[in-house]
Write a new protein. Structure first.
Ligand code: FE2
Length: 223
């Protein structure tokens, strides 16, 4: 069941918004679709995360920002798992209001990586909704991209919404994960991802650490 919307809050934000009178409805719908995806996961870890999140969040007005990686959204829309389709459809329909971001710059990675990488923070310390205790959103990686070993203090939960990418944690091997498989990275444990011929869209949650921290890269970026 969709959570109730705070009509008063929405009206206040609509007055601030510059992208159209219905812009806050889009964000409310995104948050509801995001929560619905999480609620469908058969995972104690995800259930625990859902239960600890304060879902009545205040909106934050952000300037929209697009990234080159969004060119993969059409393909992502074709290959996304059925359970993620309403959420992915909203991403595809509203690039004009969403604030996509990147943590890294050309000091960290090649242009080829940066043109195929980006995230949307739906809520957190800098996302479309204010939350100081957890950050969550969506990550895109284009095809044939290596996101090398990195770590961060915050615990991380990923749910791939497209299958076929390879994930690694610690010193383990890269393992292909299907859409809907929950991937858990404990605090400060190295992890990496590698895509095949298809792009990756993954839902993420960060909690228990600085929520806007830049990851420490320990792996070698691909050239
Ligand atoms: Fe991570």
């Amino acid at each position: 069941m969709m959570p109730p919307r705070n009509q008063k809050r929405r009206a206040a934000v609509v007055r601030q918004a510059t992208s159209g009178p219905d812009v806050q409805t889009i964000f409310d719908d995104l948050l509801a679709a995001f929560r619905t995806v999480l609620s469908g996961m058969d995972s104690w870890l995800v259930r625990d995360a859902i239960d600890r999140i304060e879902w009545q969040m205040s909106p934050r007005t952000l300037e929209a920002k697009t990234l080159p990686c969004l060119r993969h959204l059409d393909e992502i829309n074709e290959i996304a798992a059925d359970f993620a389709r309403p959420l992915v459809a909203l991403l595809c329909e509203h690039p004009d209001v969403l604030c996509w971001g990147q943590t890294y710059t050309e000091k960290d990675f090649s242009k080829a990586f940066l043109d195929n990488y980006g995230w949307l923070e739906l809520f957190g310390t800098r996302g479309h909704f204010v939350n100081e205790d957890a950050a969550a959103g969506l990550l895109i990686l284009g095809p044939r991209i290596l996101y090398p070993d990195h770590h961060h203090l915050a615990e991380e939960i990923y749910v791939p919404l497209t299958g076929g990418a390879f994930w690694r944690m610690g010193e383990g091997p890269f393992t292909m994960r299907d859409a809907g498989e929950v991937v858990h990275h404990r605090s400060n444990v190295n992890h990496a991802m590698r895509t095949g011929d298809r792009p990756l869209l993954a839902l993420y949650i960060w909690r228990g650490g600085p929520l806007a921290a830049k990851s420490t890269l320990t792996g070698e970026p691909a050239q």
